[in-house]
Design a binder for this molecule. Sequence first.
Ligand SMILES: Cc1ncc(COP(=O)(O)O)c(C=O)c1O
Length: 426
Amino acid sequence: MKNTRSKELFEQARTKIPGGVNSPARAFKAVGGTPVYVASAEGATFTDADGNRYVDFCMSWGPLILGHARSEVVAAVRDAAGRGLSYGAVHEGEITLANLVLQAFPEYERVRAVNSGTEAVMTALRIARGKTGRERIIKFDGGYHGHFDGLLVKAGSGLATLAIADSGGVPSGIAETTLVAPLDDRPAVEALFDRYGKEIAAVIIEPMPANNGLLLQRTEFLEFLREITRANGALLIFDEVISGFRLRFGGYGQMVGIRPDLVTLGKIIGGGMPVGAIVGPGDIMDVLAPVGSVYQAGTLSGNPVSLAAGAATLRILRDESPYEALAAHGEAFVAELSNGAPAWVKGLNVGSVLWPYFAEGAFPRDTATIDRTHVKRFNSIFWKLLERGYYFPPSALEVGFVSTAHTRDQVLGLARAMKEELAAIA
Ligand SMILES: Cc1ncc(COP(=O)(O)O)c(C=O)c1O
């Protein structure tokens, strides 16, 4: 595979941009080597700076459920851009997006649009603290909620414990307002509530944890979180930045019949442009300024171009409901991957979210049970897959995404390529 131009570009970037990247997951550190530079993208594929073409299963880490450069979305962006890139003033597109989101989440009354998933989560936590007058938050080990101080933490030692910073630059005082529990661990959450009950403002969880592999939770565990938060006067926040609009025109909470107090959205609701949102009932959301005292603002919040891309995407998802067809692709991938392969070659899908998992035994539900041999095996075939024209997210612990632009053959091709390359290293 020729990648001289990508290498040259990365060398240039490294001298000017920390690590050469504007977001660390793009640096290929987990899989080794240097990243391929994207030159252009269309549908399910992109072409790199050396002219190699790949079937893309990263899809910008989730937003591109309709594929790259879907014509209606690009047209909406061009049209909006022609009418001004940003106003810093109210415009009708804000109401259009809010209406589409609330059509999908009819159990709520308010939406506030921000610029990223991180901002959505940061604001949701501030709302929870403002609403309850409490400071502590519970998150789960392996859950990723953006690069916000209070959530860049990991568990300290012991069961019912304060978190410690998992990044330089996070003040310990902030890290300590977060409590961390293992996923799928009811006693750990109970212990935290026993010890800190009336100090806990919110529990935040990805209801479909997809940032450390796909750590599917039992619905009973999510129901338990609903009950224990309600009983203790804390809010339950479902972070649906990945799962929102990915599996249905709405959220994962609706799929399992659980109504959290707040939902955070991002990725798909921007259709590839920077957008995040917080959704919730009026009595909670109206603590936000200018109605209430909880401050949140943004020069570019509700940006007309971003919201136009999001609205075009959501309209297509509402009107075409591609979810069954997407799920069929996910299922075809999983079936083909294990077909005729050793037991340790397998995959898990929730709709169009894919996680190949190259290890024996059951799929893990928490980070501690992820088998590290999976990571080694994934890393050893990652570049082989690239050479064969398949771009999967560059980490064994990231999930892949299928879009409406992918064909069944492309999905089966990825599964076969993985299987063959694994057989070659076995
Ligand atoms: C569940 C979840 N929450 C929040 C975020 C942060 O979103 P952003 O990267 O748009 O800030 C992410 C990003 O991957 C995410 O997966």
